[in-house]
Design a protein around this ligand. Structure first.
Ligand code: MSP
Length: 505
């Protein structure tokens, strides 16, 4: 199986913040999970560098636009390893390969009679880079605003249009046949009712500024930034060379996006693709929005969360874990210091880290730093192993359906069971009464800990690398296909270092 997963490409008008980090980490988790399943994966991210919003940002900094985007794009690129993410490609819309792909796509749409020249007159929001109908806007003291709260302005210019209205039925038909192609289900319903409400042709070129991909065979039209941006997903697969291995192997892909930009991905993008004779995306997952201690995150409020700061304060895996354990993926979430501390302490420090710490230290002290496979298991041991197998089945089911929070909750419920098993079997008491049984219990708990570590790997990879080193193991040899039956004859242990120090409240 192959798996192509993408983040949105981020606007370079400003520095990356927690929202961008969140989407990128989500895709990293899903990409690592699918690799662990044995899939051939491709994880793409990058930057969206054209359009008025970015041009205005460069102007306000009094910088040359190209220099400005070079610098800003680098900030997004640098953030990736800091987030513990492993990508396969980073795309920038100002690259030559992308210009070739977008202009080819444009010509393809034109050849297929999907584009015509007319005049656009209506509302536009530079902040959202989106056109709005008057009926979508709200009157405020400061004038009309878009549903996102962004200001709008009246635009009147010559423009090329894409015949989006012709794709209403085709889109509905496609989505009715593929109900899991937009997730969560509430978002699917939202998109379908939007399409059923009727689609208007879409303005796809602008003439009042220059910072964009030039429309082929025109003097003064640049492409609307969204047609340019969406095309990144196939540029990276070598479009227009659809016979190329990477296109054949990886398209159609899976787009993870914030709920704010679902319409672009679930309506415009599949319509462009179908109109160009290409397959629509396999799946689109729309996630929720983060607030900071209950408040909307915004520059004007001054409560932007800097990913570097929080990771320096709490630790990388602590943050990765918190973001995906605390809030159901798809829902909005609130970032709060207390919630991080509570979550990390309860799950990572107590339930997981302490288990490793106390059992491995005990083995080093009382069992010559090694445990061997028992001759036979007791009924209670079989129960614990069976419970792991069930946890694994649930984990796979949840991860396959983007329910990362549920997958994690299952693991930690199971870890509570493992801790209860340790308490009830009390190896420290067995030490005085039944040395063999003590060793058997220690082996079993160690084995289970290793299995759990493997399934935690996608979310907290660097900590799991450290944890597995305690057992002289590496993730390179463990995966979702061999973990169920994994049971080596002997496990040698190294002295553990605490993985998750408690966070003071
Ligand atoms: N450039 C477009 C996307 C083009 S994709 C072909 C864009 N860029 S953006 O920089 O505004 O980033 C948007 C994405 O960042 C959102 O869709 C979401 O994934 C993420 N987030 C930005 N702020 C966020 C929060 N406060 N909370 C969660 N995610 C947020 O739109």
């Amino acid at each position: 199986m192959t798996y192509f997963i993408t983040t949105p490409i981020y606007y370079v008008n400003d520095a990356p913040h927690i929202g961008h980090a969140y989407t990128t980490i989500a895709c990293d988790i899903l990409s690592r999970y699918n690799k662990l399943k044995g899939d051939k994966t491709f994880f793409l991210t990058g930057t969206d560098e054209h359009g008025q919003k970015v041009e205005k940002a460069a102007l306000s900094k009094k910088k040359d636009t190209q220099n400005f985007v070079d610098e800003m794009s680098q900030n997004f690129r640098d953030l990736i390893p800091f987030l513990g993410c492993q990508i396969d490609d980073f795309i920038r819309t100002t690259e030559e390969r992308h210009k070739i792909a977008t202009q080819f796509l444009w010509n393809k749409l034109k050849d297929n009679d999907q584009i015509y020249l007319s005049n656009y007159e209506g509302w536009y929001s530079i902040r959202d880079e989106a056109f709005y109908l008057e009926s979508e806007l709200t009157k405020t003291e400061n004038g009309l605003i878009a549903p996102s709260g962004a200001p709008v302005e009246w635009v009147k210019e010559q423009s090329y249009f894409f015949k989006l209205s012709q794709w209403e039925d085709k889109l509905l038909e496609y989505y009715e046949k593929n109900p899991d192609s937009i997730l969560p289900r509430s978002r699917y319903n939202e998109v379908l009712s939007f399409i059923r409400g009727g689609l208007k042709d879409l303005s796809i070129s602008r003439t009042t500024f220059k910072w964009g991909v030039q429309v082929p065979d025109t003097e003064n039209h640049v492409m609307y930034v969204w047609i340019d941006a969406l095309c990144n997903y196939i540029t990276a697969l070598n479009y227009p060379n659809t016979d190329h291995d990477s296109f054949k192997t990886f398209w159609p892909g899976i787009h993870v996006v914030g709920k704010d930009i679902l319409r672009f991905h679930a309506v415009y993008w599949p319509a462009f693709l179908m109109a160009a004779g290409l397959e629509p995306p396999k799946q689109i997952f729309a996630h929720g929005w983060w607030t900071n201690e209950g408040q909307k995150i915004s520059k004007s409020v001054g409560n932007i969360i800097n990913p570097y700061e929080i990771i320096d304060t709490y630790g990388l895996d602590q943050i990765r874990f918190f973001l995906f354990r605390e809030v159901p993926f798809g829902n909005d979430g609130d970032f709060s210091k207390d919630a991080i501390a509570q979550r990390v302490n309860a799950d990572l420090s107590n339930n997981y880290g302490n288990l490793i710490q106390r059992i491995s230290s005990f083995i080093i002290k009382n069992s010559d730093s090694a445990v061997s496979k028992p001759q036979n298991y007791k009924e209670i041991d079989h129960q614990l192993l069976k419970s792991f197998d069930e946890t694994l089945v649930n984990y796979i089911k949840n991860m396959n359906s983007f329910q990362i929070d549920k997958a994690l909750k299952n693991i930690f419920d199971y870890l509570s069971e493992v801790n209860a098993y340790v308490d009830s079997q009390a190896p420290w008491s067995l030490k005085k009464t039944d040395d063999q049984r003590m060793k058997d219990v220690l082996y079993l708990v160690t084995l289970i800990t290793i299995k759990i570590s493997v399934i935690l790997y996608p979310v907290i990879p660097s900590s799991i690398d450290k944890a597995l080193k305690i057992y002289n193991l590496s993730i390179d040899n463990l995966n979702l296909n061999n973990i169920e039956h994994f049971s080596p004859d002997l496990i040698n242990l190294n002295i553990p270092k605490p993985l998750f120090p408690r966070i003071d409240l």
